[in-house]
Each structure stands twice: as C-alpha cells, then as structure tokens.
Ligand binder design. Structure first.
Ligand SMILES: NC(=O)c1ccc[n+]([C@@H]2O[C@H](COP(=O)([O-])OP(=O)(O)OC[C@H]3O[C@@H](n4cnc5c(N)ncnc54)[C@H](O)[C@@H]3O)[C@@H](O)[C@H]2O)c1
Ligand SMILES: O=C(O)[C@H](O)COP(=O)(O)O
Length: 528
C-alpha cells in the first residue's frame, strides 16, 4: 500500500504534485491545522504530515498518530512541533532550513522602510482623502547604522542587502567569527555596543532561553533616542509591553513586528502604538519561498517514506541501516562532547579538532564529526542536525580537523574534542564502555570518569580539604538531590574539576551560593 500524507496547512500546490508524481497518496486540507479536534480525528490515517506554522503538533496529536513516520515542516521554525515526543515515538521531524531565508530577509527590509517612511500610516491617511504631506517626515537609511541581533542565514542576507543600500552594518552574534564578519562586511560588536550605535535594530535569532526578551526595557533605554526596531524572527525576542512604552515615550521612533508572543494576535499591547507597523507572520509568504519550501519538504518526505533516506531531520542522525548499531553509542558520545564543549565556550569558535583513537578511528568519523558539531552548535542555532551541522560550521568559518590514531591509550578507544577560540584551546574526551554508555574521561587535561545526565553542574575548584563537604551541604540545604558525583584533579592541591549530576536544574540563587563555596573558581549548569 502506498504511504499516505496529510497536508494540514496552506502549502503550495507544488507539494501536492510532488507527492502524486512519486506515487504517494496525498490529502490536502489546508485549514485542518486550525481545527484541533478534526486534526486529532484524522491524523491516525497518515504516514506523513506536512505543515507550516499553523498546525500545532502537540503530544496529544502525536499520541493519536498511530501510523505517523515523518513530520515535514515547510519552513524553518519547528516551535509548533513537540519534537521530544515525536522522537520518543520514533517519528522523524524534518524542516527546510534555507528555502525561505531570502524572502524573510526581504520582509525585514520592507519593514525597515515602512517605519523609516511611515508608509502604512501615510497610505491610510492618503486613502482617507487627507493630503498630510507635512505630517509624514521620514528618515533616510543611506549612511545609517543597521544593528543585527543574530547573523545566521537570514541576518547575513539582510546584511548583504543593507550594505547595498549603503548602510553601515554592525552585528551582535556570539557565534559569528571575526573572519566571517569580515567576509560579510559587517562589524562584530557586543550587544552593549550595538544598542547605542544602531539607528535601526533588526532581530534574527531563534527564540531560546538566552534570547527571550533580549530587547527588554533595559536594552531599550540604551538605544539611540528615536531608533527603530524590527522583529521578523520570533515573538518574545522583544518585550512587547516595554516596546509599547518606548514608542509612547519617543525612545523608539518606530517599530515593525511580523511576529508576536501569542499568534494569531488579535488584541496586542503594541497595536495603535506611534509608528508601529505589523504584519501577520508574513516573513516567509512569497510565491517563490513557498514553492521552494513546499517542493523541498515534499521531496524529503518522499525520500524517507519510499527509500528510508533522511535529510534535514532535527531528531535523527543520517546513518545507513548497516552502520547504525555500531555507530549509535559513539554518535551519542560525539554529540555529548560537542554539547559539553559548546556550553563551556562563550566566545567565537575558530575551529575544532577531533581525535579518534582505537576502534572508533575505523568507523564513519564523518558522521561522528557531524554529531560533535551538532552538539557544539545546538546551544546557539535554532535548527541544527547531523546533516546541516558541517555546512553551518563551514559557513561560520569554523575549521574542522580530524586526526585518526590506530594505537590505544589507557582506553581501548576514545574521542577527544578540542575547541579553538581566539583566546584558548579547551579539550574534552570520552569513551564508550562495554555497557554501550558514553563516559567523559578527561576535561581540560584532567582525568575523571563521568556519565552525563540531563542536568549537570560543572565546577572548577582548588583541590583543598573541606570543598566536597561544603558543596554537598550547600546543595542539601537547597534540597538539590545529587545523582552522581565525579572529581578529577591535575595535581594534589592543584586545579580540580567536579561534575555533578543533579535531579532538577538549580535556580540562579543556588548557583550564586555554589559560586561562593570556598575554593570554587567557576560553576556552570549544563543540560544534555
Ligand atoms: N517571520 C518569518 O516568517 C520567519 C521566516 C523564517 C525564519 N524566521 C525566524 O528567523 C530567525 C532566524 O532564522 P535563521 O534561519 O537565520 O536562523 P539561523 O539559525 O541561521 O541563525 C540564527 C543566528 O542567531 C544567532 N544567535 C543564537 N543565539 C544568539 C544570541 N543569544 N544572541 C545573538 N545571536 C544569537 C546564531 O549564532 C545564528 O547565527 C529564527 O527565529 C526563525 O524561526 C522567521
Ligand atoms: O519559521 C519559519 O519558516 C517562518 O516562521 C515561516 O512560518 P510560516 O511557514 O507559517 O509562514
């Protein structure tokens, strides 16, 4: 029986034709995604679900999706899909990371011109029969400074176009290397420098714990008076109430938002604000982009449903069926090493070195390097997987070096990952034990044997008596349960590292208490 796909959002007909041409049964119900009950009733009949951002693929939908094998997002953001649940159910979630980037960058620029020249208000006034020529005094963009917050796919296209408009472009993006910034023709700056310098600020980051409300009342107060703010990325990057206050007070000369905290938004605090321009999440809505993403997602879904090939999956490494059983624990190890190093690195990464020793050196190290890059980039990029990680790293100017050694050390086989930044080199190494579970065996040259759990504390300290007791008491006092505790030290009384697995993440307050424990140099919470 041919696989059956449901399209539950407004996708280009190009997707329907692709599915049909490749022999897949397709139901195109473009409004089904808006009707939760109807979606729940229907989903059990399909092997594939193709969506945009309207359909919410919740735990409930996934539970009802008995046959579902693949969810294809025709677009970039997958915030509307419960990926953890899909993964648990063995359902692949794939997206099309580049298909609508140009179109969205163009929308951000359209929004910039809209606020610079107050076009929507001038249009409404003119069509109302008024001729308010003196009311609408605009701002020329030539020679002005555009501040990008986020300089990935879309941000870098915005930068390119803005340079063509003879703007000066500055960018805040912790993952942007100086070389990449130079190649793009943008000046890499810190957020604190960007805020007071930019005449226009445009947001192009994913919504993460670090970027939520990145433009809050404090950030707005540091901006140039009368500057303009554009958000065509994700609702929640800017605090809507604070932006409204800044429009009312004149701190902001205007703001243009395509995306909102709650969507669809019918009654928003920003509506009616002075020189506030809005569009209903239209960033990706051009015929060209919609055709790109629809065609791409349909091809990817067909490849998977018909041949088992995996492209742009967010929750599955691309490994062939033969290799899978041997490689899987090492993929997990490589991803953990990357994630560990990525979470410890706070400056731009210039390169990484992967050393494969022993039996792992004979395996598909390309897949393992891709897994390490996935772990490394995941804290910063919205959608990264083993397929996209190597090219994303390359685009960002991250050099990747692989060294393979046949000889064994103390361990039969191990992987060491070294991150190279402007300031330093930092290594972390691990192995896979006979139980198939990865272990960390060395951090910054200090030996230890630690299994990584979902919530970890990484502590660097001086190896001095009393430290463990003090730390344990502090954790106990705050009801933090320790699952595992691992210590390693360079020399007796010298630098030491402590990796603690805890049952729940700890609060900022507890982190501050731990940082104050005697002999502690640094405390970080890590998530895996
Ligand atoms: N409005 C729309 O219709 C529309 C369309 C497409 C994409 N988007 C959204 O646009 C955003 C950007 O998409 P993209 O494809 O360019 O993503 P991307 O992953 O290519 O780029 C995101 C960039 O943000 C940077 N970043 C991450 N954390 C940061 C932080 N704390 N501070 C500063 N920079 C940080 C990353 O280093 C990366 O370079 C996403 O939120 C995406 O969902 C919106
Ligand atoms: O993440 C995306 O690709 C955009 O937000 C576009 O969303 P849409 O497909 O619902 O227009």
């Amino acid at each position: 029986m041919a696989p059956k796909v449901l399209i539950s959002d407004k996708l280009s007909e190009a997707a329907v034709n692709t599915f049909k041409d490749r022999g897949i049964d397709v139901d195109f119900q473009s409004n089904l995604g808006k009707d939760k009950e109807a979606l729940l009733a229907a989903i059990g009949h399909y092997d594939g679900l193709a969506i945009r951002s309207t359909t919410k693929v919740t735990e409930k939908v996934i539970a009802a999706a008995d046959r579902l094998r693949v969810i294809g997002r025709a677009g970039i953001g997958v915030d509307n899909v419960d990926i953890a649940n899909a993964t648990e159910r063995g359902i692949i979630v794939m997206n099309t990371p580049f298909g609508n980037a140009i179109t969205t960058a163009e929308h951000a620029l359209a929004m910039m011109f809209s606020v610079a020249r107050q076009i929507p208000a001038a249009d409404a006034s003119t069509q109302a029969g008024k001729w308010e020529k003196s009311r609408f005094m605009g701002t020329e963009v030539t020679g002005k400074t555009l501040g990008l917050v986020g300089c990935g796919n879309i941000g870098s296209i915005v930068a390119d176009r803005a340079l063509g408009l003879r703007m000066k472009v500055i960018a805040f993006d912790p993952f942007l290397t100086p070389e990449r910034a130079k190649a793009l023709g943008v000046e890499k700056v810190e957020l604190e420098q960007l805020l007071p310098r930019a005449d226009f600020i445009t947001l192009h980051t994913p919504l993460t714990d670090k970027t939520r409300n990145i433009i809050d009342a404090d950030a707005l107060s540091k901006m140039k008076r009368g500057a303009f703010l554009i958000n065509c990325a994700r609702g929640g990057l800017a605090d809507e109430t604070a932006v409204r206050a800044a429009l009312d007070s004149g701190t902001l000369g205007g703001a243009a938002f395509d995306v909102f905290v709650d969507e669809p938004t019918k009654d928003n605090v920003l509506f009616g604000g002075l020189n506030f321009v809005s569009t209903p999440h239209l960033g990706a809505s051009t015929k060209e982009a919609q055709e790109n993403v629809a065609l791409q997602v349909a091809e990817q879904m067909c490849d998977y449903l018909l041949n088992g090939a995996v492209t742009n999956a967010l929750n599955m490494p691309s490994i062939s069926a033969d290799e899978a059983p041997k490689l899987t624990p090492y993929v997990k190890l490589a991803e953990q090493l990357g994630s560990f190093a990525g979470q410890l690195t706070e400056t731009a990464i210039e390169g990484i070195r992967l050393e494969y020793a022993g039996v792992v050196a004979e395996m598909n190290t390309n897949a393992l390097t891709a897994a390490a890059l996935t772990g490394l980039l995941t804290p910063l990029l919205q959608t990264v997987n083993m397929v996209s990680a190597p090219s994303l790293a390359k685009n960002r100017g991250i050099e990747v070096e692989e060294i393979k050694r046949a000889q064994k050390g103390a361990y039969e086989t191990y992987i060491r990952l070294t991150v190279l930044t402007e300031r330093q080199e930092r290594s972390v190494a691990g192995t896979v034990f006979a139980d198939g579970k990865p272990r960390i065996i060395q951090v910054k040259g200090i030996n230890m044997e630690a299994e990584l759990g979902p919530h970890m504390l990484y502590i660097t300290n001086e190896d001095k008596p009393g430290f463990i007791g003090h730390l344990g008491t502090e954790l106990g006092n705050h009801e933090v349960n320790i699952a595992t505790f691992n210590l390693g030290r360079m020399t007796a009384g010298g630098d030491a590292i402590c990796l603690v697995e805890i049952d729940e993440p700890v609060s900022r307050e507890v982190m501050d208490r731990l940082a104050a424990v005697s002999h502690v140099k640094q405390v970080k919470s890590l998530a895996f």
